[in-house]
Structures are given as C-alpha cells and as structure tokens.
Write a protein of this length. Sequence first.
Length: 306
Amino acid sequence: MNSQLVVEVSGLKKSFGKFEALKDVNLTLHPGELLGFIGPNGAGKSTTIRVILGLIKATGGSAKVFGKNVWKDSVVIHKDLAYVPGDVYLWPNLTGGQTIDLLLHMSGQKHTKRTDDLIKEFKLDTSKKNRTYSKGNRQKVALIAAFSTDVSLYIFDEPTSGLDPLNELIFQQKVKQLKDSGKSVLLSSHILSEVEKMCDTISIIREGKVIETGSLESMQHLTRNAVTVKTAKSLGALQKMTGVYQLNFKNDQQTAAEFSVDSDQIGSVMAFLSQNQILQLKTTPPTLEDLFLRYYHADNEQKVGE
C-alpha cells in the first residue's frame, strides 16, 4: 500500500449478522485533498467512517490511515485526526465552553485565539449547559473544537445537519482554509451542492459499494448538458442527431429549441447549430445532482455505464 496516502480503504466489507452494510468500499485520500463521500442515508457512509476511525472492526478488506492499520493503531492515528459526527451527543451538565476545552484537552490541543474567533463566528453562547442546546448548537460545539485543532486529517460525517444557511457558509469557508493550508479532509454528505462547491474528488456509495470515484469534471461524461437555443434557420434535423434527448421545439418554425445532449456529442451538435445561424444560446453543464439522480434512478437491470 502507498504510505503517501492519508486514507486508503480497499475492498472493505462489514456485516452485522446477515446484513451486509458494506460490500466493496474503495477510497483513497491524498495529502491536501478534499474528498466528498456521498450517498443517501443508509448507503454505508457512516459505517465506512466508523471503520476508518477504528470504532468498529471490518469483516473483510483493509483500511489504513497514515499507512497504519485503523483497528490496531487507532490510538496513534487519533492523535493526528479530528472528527465531527452528524449527530453530536455532549455531556449534559457541562457548558458549551467547558466541552470545547475538554475536547481540545483530550486531543492534546489548547484553547487559543483561534478558538475564541470560531466561537464568535459561529455565534455560540458558551455559558449555556449542553442539555439546553439545539441540535445546531451541539454541532457548533463539535465543529469549533475540530477547527481549533491542528492535525493532518479532518473527518466530517454529515457535519452541517442542523446548521442554518449562514453557519453552513462559515463551515464551508473554514474547510476551504484547511485545504488551503495543506490539510486533508474527508467530507461525508448528502447535500450535493455542498460537495460540488468544495470537493476535489467525489466518491459515490450505493448499497454498500463505491460505484464511481473521480473529479466532477471526469464524471460529467456520464450525464448531459442542457441547451436552450434560438437560430435563424430551422433545427428540425436535431430530431435525428445522435446524443440529443428531450428535444422540445418552442415554435412552429423549429428555430427555438430546448434539449439535452451527451457531453461527448456536444461538438457535432454545436457545429450543426452554428450552420443555422445562432441568435441566442445557453448551455448548462451537468451538476452533481444530475449525476447522482442518474445513478440512483438507474433501473436495476440496466446499470449506469453499461
């Protein structure tokens, strides 16, 4: 295995009794990379992360962090790792401030000016007891503690659930700062816009298997560009062109149309449009959501990519 990789998961399997939660999970996270780990609830994201954290033991395959075995060397690994789960449980009788300090102390870190700045930015009242906090405020406590630490790897599992849009934006800015300073981040999420905005690489998990990994650009061949066009001459011949779908003419002259086109056919379609004197043109590249829906709505008999 490549010791340069921060996280390396290969052929990971995890069964709970007869239920196979993970069937074949492969993930790699490079130094300074932001990896988005996406899939709907129940696809196996949190189970994979618990294995990586050494909280549960894999049934098969291998998982390494910093080149070390996640199960045997979890104590050493955790010294250079910060983790925020999707649902944070805190000691009910401690205040938010005491909890942040305790979490930092347990990680061998100290409360610094950075911690104070984060408390202000996230607008957390640290004098209140944890038991009075909403879900969003409990998330803030964990996020402030994590962003205060100086480690090599940050793992966030659905970290913004419960946060309002403003705090979600602050979270995204803080993650960008981590990346800019060369840290590695594994972000598990089902909020596609969050992942699309932030991540270098995306891994999609479905029913316990990682089914696609790559940059969003490299995956876009699997989905289609949306095109809205107006031309001087008729576009009737579009009906017979390869790679054109959902064609809808907006007028009887067939000079205004909306359609989607496979990314690998866009050149020939654009050449055809140009011949007919383009007056207006708008193309929208495929989004992560398009890609995601295509995977999840694919018929079981006809898997995507076949």
